[in-house]
Design a protein around this ligand. Structure first.
Ligand code: BTN
Length: 249
């Protein structure tokens, strides 16, 4: 049974939709609450980075989840988010994207969407705040990021309403998220993620985690989404870090 019922709360401006969704979670809000803002003044990214979020330039959305499935599957929530954004960009904009481990969406090898999942405690139990930021227009990020970032506008030559992408995104989450509660759901998610990612297998990458850098060839995912990397010392299992493709010199 599909029990994921999205309810959207729209704001003109917020510091961070993740913070606002977390505030609702502590007030007891139900799973499926989606907080959306036209701009964020203190948008946050992974690894303590800032997510620049100018007015009307991106989709800034955080969904409140109260997972009932085993904690072993929680790391797959961001994979579900990546698949959902990937579906939404295809369905709403006709755009095919690549996925870079664990959950950056790329178009033409540049980042078009980032995902930040945060776990918080509430009186009703643990909550996952699933934040997704999609660059919709070319104004979504500053000039100095043009070498590594792109937008739906640049990738398709068209500007789309954020509400159209949001609608498809929430529909897609409603298809993918319930799989995490099903018997073989984890396998289906990992298999689909693998089929959509050029990074899943056979790519020479660097993985930076704090002061450590690991170089190797990607060799697929573990059942919980960890990345297998063939290094000169053997197979390493990567659970955190920033992956970048090693470019030919
Ligand atoms: C990343 O670093 O790639 C993750 C970026 C996540 C940005 C989104 S925008 C909506 C939500 N609110 C935030 O403050 N961050 C996430």
């Amino acid at each position: 049974m599909n029990s994921f019922k999205p309810k959207v709360l729209r704001h003109k401006s917020l510091p961070s939709t993740n913070n606002e969704a977390a505030r609702w979670a502590t007030l007891g809000a139900e799973e499926g609450l989606a907080v959306v803002a036209d701009e964020q003044t203190a948008g946050r990214g992974r690894l303590q980075r800032t997510w620049i979020s100018p007015l009307g330039a991106g989709l800034y959305c955080s969904v409140l989840l109260r997972p009932k499935f085993s904690a072993e599957r929680w790391p797959l929530i961001t994979f579900v988010a990546a698949l959902s954004v990937s579906d939404a960009l295809w369905e709403a904009c006709g755009l095919t994207t690549d996925i870079k481990w664990p959950n950056d969406l790329l178009a033409g090898e540049k980042k078009i969407c980032g995902i930040l999942a945060e776990v918080i405690e509430s009186d009703e139990g643990r909550v996952v705040i699933l934040g997704m930021g999609v660059n919709v227009t070319r104004a979504a990020f500053p000039e100095e990021l043009r070498g590594v970032a792109t937008s739906v506008e640049e990738a398709t030559g068209r500007v789309f309403e954020t509400s159209t992408i949001l609608h498809s995104l929430l529909q897609a989450l409603g298809r993918w998220y319930p799989l995490l509660g099903e018997l073989d759901g984890d396998e289906k998610i990992v298999a689909e993620w693998t089929s959509r990612s050029s990074y899943a297998d056979g790519k020479l990458v660097n993985v930076v985690n704090g002061d450590d850098t690991l170089r190797g060839i990607t060799r697929g995912l573990e059942p919980d989404g960890a990345l297998r990397l063939e290094t000169e010392k053997g197979i390493a299992t990567v659970r955190a870090g920033d992956v970048s493709k090693v470019r030919a010199v």
